[in-house]
Design a protein around this ligand. Structure first.
Ligand code: NAD
Length: 390
């Protein structure tokens, strides 16, 4: 695992948890935690039970006993690390956004295609059983023809103007701002649930345009705090989209609503064990949205707990992602969401930024096509049914 911050720890825990949660064909062991900060690498390696710590990521991935490289460093480092790992014959689990710019993302998707090793991007919200159930309802036609959607991801982690400047404010290390950190997740849900995006128009703003540096100075913020947009999908559907990292009071407000001719659904990551649905016929005087609480009927929820409503957590989504990666490595499933998918998300972000700069509708670069999403029923059919143990 390269990087030992927020995501490095989340990945390490998921690699430790996966084989006690799922019937894995391959049982991973944690070899090395790598970070620029050697002391932190050592501390985290001890905490998560990794065999080694390193301050040199190239040395860390070179070992013959290393089969999977997890990349949890700032976005601008993903390309070099991922392509080196793929060239060394390793499977790669890279955090989102795939890269800090579209050219890097395209190069990574191409490297993954030619090397053909399992590759996955950390769009953890696609691993949520409630989101997988939403996909099941859409694929089954329960919502009828999909017409439009609302896509929002707001947080307030940078709402405080005294928060110091960091890699997240730098064009070279982060690329986009709110769009890369948050909007990328909302776009991943849009691509998974509805399909590719063809055209966008957007605005972007940075109300907190300078932040204090650790040496007492102030440095410019090089990317957007807020983006608002309209999207058109290749299937003709439309969506409003917005993302902010300075939305005071919002903690993890990833909200998606999908409206079809025969039904609607609404998902909110702040209540992520629930899915709200309304079908034609549910809309009389006492009607409206009703709440589905996820449980073992919504795989892979039952791998964690056999009781509906008991609820799973953020770390469990990471464990599901690692399981998907291991399944792909064992030839038991597709790598999804893979680097081509991550590149398709970055292509939408690139179009949003071009539109925000030029003030017009912009076409999304579709050089790299996203793969078809796996069928929810087919993907999870082989898992033991946790309801049998209730
Ligand atoms: N999937 C999610 O929900 C989610 C959430 C947060 C962050 N992310 C993504 O995860 C990645 C990391 O974000 P974070 O919040 O963990 O950041 P972070 O700042 O908490 O951690 C990044 C780590 O990378 C290390 N690092 C930097 N350069 C390095 C190098 N050359 N070699 C080795 N280590 C290096 C840093 O020392 C730090 O420990 C980003 O791509 C971010 O977009 C994803």
């Amino acid at each position: 695992v390269i990087g030992t911050g927020f995501m490095g720890l989340a990945h390490a825990r998921a690699f430790q948890a996966v084989s006690t949660t799922f019937p894995v064909a391959l049982r991973p062991g944690l070899r090395t935690m790598a970070d620029l900060d050697a002391g932190r690498a050592r501390t985290v390696a001890g905490q998560v039970g990794a065999e080694r710590a390193s301050d040199d990521w190239r040395a860390a991935i070179a070992g013959d006993d290393v089969d999977i490289v997890a990349i949890t460093t700032p976005n601008g480092l993903h390309r070099e690390m991922a392509t080196a790992a793929l060239e060394a014959g390793k499977a790669v689990f890279c955090e989102k956004p795939l890269a800090a710019n579209l050219a890097d993302a395209q190069a990574m998707a191409e490297a993954a295609r030619t090397r053909a090793h399992a590759n996955q991007v950390g769009f953890n919200y696609l691993a949520n059983p409630a989101v997988i159930h939403a996909k099941r309802l859409i694929d089954r036609g329960d919502l009828g023809a999909i017409r439009n959607a609302r896509l929002v991801f707001d947080e307030d982690y940078m709402a405080d103007p005294t928060l110091p400047h960091s890699w997240r404010c730098r064009g070279d290390m982060a690329g986009a701002g709110a769009l890369g950190d948050l909007g990328a997740h909302a776009l991943s849900l849009a691509l998974y649930l509805i399909g590719p995006v063809s055209e966008v128009t957007a605005t972007a703003r940075t109300p907190i345009d300078r932040r204090p540096t650790r040496d007492g100075g102030r440095a410019p913020v090089e990317n957007e705090d807020i983006a608002d947009a309209l999207l058109v999908f290749t299937g003709g559907q439309t969506a409003t989209f917005s993302s902010s990292r300075v939305a005071l009071g919002r903690k993890c407000a990833l909200r998606v609503e999908v409206f079809g001719s025969d039904g609607s659904l609404a998902f909110d990551q702040e209540r992520f064990n629930e899915l709200e649905v309304c079908f034609r016929g549910d809309d009389g005087p006492n009607g409206g949205f009703r709440r589905i609480l996820t449980g073992p009927a919504h795989p892979p929820y039952g791998a964690f707990v056999p009781a509906a409503g008991a609820q799973i957590g953020f770390g469990d989504l990471k464990t599901i992602e690692v399981y998907r990666l291991l399944q792909a490595m064992a030839g038991r499933g597709p790598s999804y969401p893979d680097f081509a998918f991550g590149c398709a998300v970055d292509a939408v972000i690139d179009a949003l930024l071009r539109s925000a700069a030029g003030g017009d509708w912009v076409k999304v670069d579709d050089t790299v096509k996203p793969p078809a999403p796996p069928s929810p029923d087919a993907e999870w059919a082989a898992l033991p049914d946790a309801r049998a143990h209730q």
